[in-house]
Write a protein that binds this ligand. Structure first.
Ligand code: ATP
Ligand code: MG
Ligand code: FE
Length: 340
C-alpha cells in the first residue's frame, strides 16, 4: 500500500510517500529561518508556516513520487508529541485528505517515526533492537520489540534533551541556531582533550541522561573567560562539550544492548546527524559486537517520510485506523505508537 505521511510537530512541514520500506518522496518545507533570531522555535510562527506550506508540499511530494492523490491507500500523520498548534495543522490536513479520499487515517507517534525511518534506508529493523533517540526535544533509550506494538522506554533525559543542549551551548558560544551543525563543525577544529567537561549520570546504573550540568559548566567557562579578558577557545569548548555528550550517549546505548542481549542498535533523531556521535558509536558497537544502523542525516531530522514509514508498519500490523475524532497529544508517550 502507498502511504502518505504528514509531519508538523515542530518547525518542519514534512510530506513523504512510502511503500513498505521503499521511499518514493520526501519533501520538507522548514520555517527554521523565521525562528533563528529568537534562538528557538516560536510556536505561532511555526503554525502559520505549516498552514501556508501544507498544500504545496503535498503537491511536490506527489509530483516527485510520480503518483496522484487517488493512488494513496492510507494517510499517516504525527499526532504527538510536539507543539499543540503545529500538530493541529497536520492532523487537520490529514483528516481532510483521508476523508476526501475515503482512505484510512492513522495518527502516529513522532518519536517512533524517528526510529521507523531507518527502515527506508536499511530495510526491516531486526527484532528486537535498541534505539537511541536523540532529538531537539527528547533523549531516550528504547527497547523496540516491534515498531507498531512493542516500544518500551528504558531511560530518558531528566532535564535537557541532547539537541536542546547543543542549541543552548551554541548560543553561549555565539554560534547560530540550530546549534548542532555549527558545533559539529567547530569541534572538528578543536581538541576534545583540551577541556574535560562533566559527564552527566555517568555510571549511575540507569539509562537516564542529564545535560544541564554540562551546559552550566560551559556557561561558567564563558563567564570566566569574559571576566579575565581572555578570548574564548570556541572550538575546544565545542569539542569538549560534544565529547561529553556523545561519550555518555554511546556508553549507555551499548550497555543497554549488552544487558538486554540485543545485537542491533539504531540511532535516530536530529542529533544522530552528528559526525562525532556516528564515529564513536561505530567504534564502540564494533568493540561490543553490536551492529549499528544510523539513517543518513537528511532522514534524521524531522520529515514526512518517517511518518509514512511508521504508517506502513501500522498498516502492515493491521492496527485499527484512527477515527476523524483523532486528537493531537502534545505529550504522547513513546510506548504508544498509535494515538487514540
Ligand atoms: P523532537 O523530535 O524531540 O520533537 P525535534 O523534532 O525538534 O524534537 P529534530 O528535528 O529531530 O528535533 O532534531 C533537531 C535537533 O537536532 C536540534 O536540536 C539540532 O541542533 C540537532 N542537530 C542537528 N544536526 C546536528 C548535528 N550535526 N550535531 C548535533 N546536533 C544536531
Ligand atoms: Mg526541527
Ligand atoms: Fe523530531
Amino acid at each position: 500500500p502507498l502511504i502518505l505521511g504528514i509531519e508538523t510537530s515542530c518547525d518542519e512541514t514534512g510530506v513523504g510517500l512510502v511503500r513498505g520500506c521503499e521511499l518514493l518522496s520526501d519533501e520538507v518545507a522548514s520555517s527554521v529561518d523565521q525562528h533563528a533570531r529568537f534562538g528557538g522555535v516560536v510556536p505561532e510562527v511555526a503554525s502559520r508556516a505549516h498552514l501556508e506550506a501544507m498544500t504545496p508540499t503535498v503537491r511536490r511530494a506527489l509530483d516527485k513520487a510520480g503518483v496522484t492523490l487517488a493512488d494513496v491507500d492510507a494517510v499517516a500523520v504525527t499526532a504527538g508529541p510536539g507543539l499543540a498548534g503545529a500538530l493541529l495543522v497536520g492532523v487537520s490536513a490529514a483528516k481532510a485528505y483521508a476523508m476526501a479520499l475515503g482512505k484510512p487515517l492513522y495518527g502516529v507517534n513522532h518519536l517512533v517515526g524517528h526510529v521507523a525511518v531507518d527502515q527506508l534506508e536499511h530495510g526491516p529493523l531486526p527484532k528486537p533492537s535498541i534505539a537511541l533517540l536523540v532529538s531537539g526535544g527528547h533523549t531516550s533509550l528504547l527497547l523496540v520489540r516491534d515498531l507498531a506494538t512493542g516500544v518500551q522506554s528504558l531511560g530518558d533525559t531528566v532535564d535537557d534533551a541532547a539537541g536542546e543542549a547543543y542549541d543552548k551551548v551554541a548560543r553561549l558560544l555565539g554560534l547560530p541556531y540550530p546549534g548542532g551543525p555549527p558545533i559539529d563543525r567547530a569541534a572538528r577544529e578543536g581538541s576534545a582533550k583540551a577541556i574535560r567537561f562533566p559527564r552527566g549520570k555517568w555510571g549511575d546504573g540507569t539509562y537516564d541522561f542529564s545535560f544541564s550540568g554540562l551546559k552550566t559548566a560551559v556557561a561558567r567557562w564563558v563567564e570566566d573567560s569574559a571576566r579575565d579578558g581572555r578570548s574564548l577557545p570556541v572550538s575546544d569548548i565545542a569539542a569538549g562539550f560534544q565529547e561529553s555528550v556523545v561519550d555518555v550517549l554511546t556508553r549507555k546505548a551499548v550497555d543497554a544492548c549488552l544487558e538486554h542481549g540485543v545485537e542491533h542498535l539504531v540511532i535516530s533523531g536530529g542529533v544522530a546527524a552528528n559526525s562525532r556521535l556516528r564515529a564513536l558509536a561505530e567504534e564502540r558497537c564494533a568493540d561490543a559486537g553490536v551492529t549499528l544502523r544510523v539513517p543518513r542525516p537528511r532522514l534524521c531530522t524531522d520529515n514526512g517520510a518517517m511518518i509514512a514509514a511508521l504508517g506502513a508498519e501500522v498498516v502492515a500490523a493491521d492496527l485499527p485506523p484512527s477515527t476523524l475524532r483523532l486528537a493531537t497529544d502534545t505529550s504522547l508517550p513513546v510506548d504508544r505508537t498509535l494515538a487514540a
